[in-house]
Design a protein. Structure first.
Length: 100
């Protein structure tokens, strides 16, 4: 799945393709991703979709990304707080978190 911007994520919520309480294993909830991205709209999420041919049809978020150009001390602190338990966390330059 391509990067999900804030406007795209809001559409996914509005159209009920993603639910606020959904999460990828130990990741933050989709609602937490949304709140972070509303506060820091330069952030993008990524994830995967399960198509309507399966009973568990859904969109799941599994990662968060912020380009180095958009990182401020406040954003970095909030990112680290949200993503501290990520399975993969990169904080040199770009900020990137992924949950398996």
């Amino acid at each position: 799945m391509d990067s999900i911007t804030l406007p795209a994520l809001e559409i996914l919520f509005a159209e009920r393709f993603i639910y606020p309480e959904s999460r990828q294993n130990a990741s933050p909830t989709a609602q937490m991703f949304l709140e972070f991205m509303r506060k820091y709209p330069s952030a993008t999420a990524h994830g995967y979709a399960i198509g309507p041919d399966r009973w568990d049809y859904r969109v799941t978020l599994e990662g968060l990304f912020v380009s180095a150009q958009a990182v401020t001390p406040e954003l970095r602190e909030a990112f680290l707080a949200l993503c501290k338990d990520a399975d993969e966390l990169r904080t040199d330059g770009d900020l990137s978190a992924w949950w398996d």
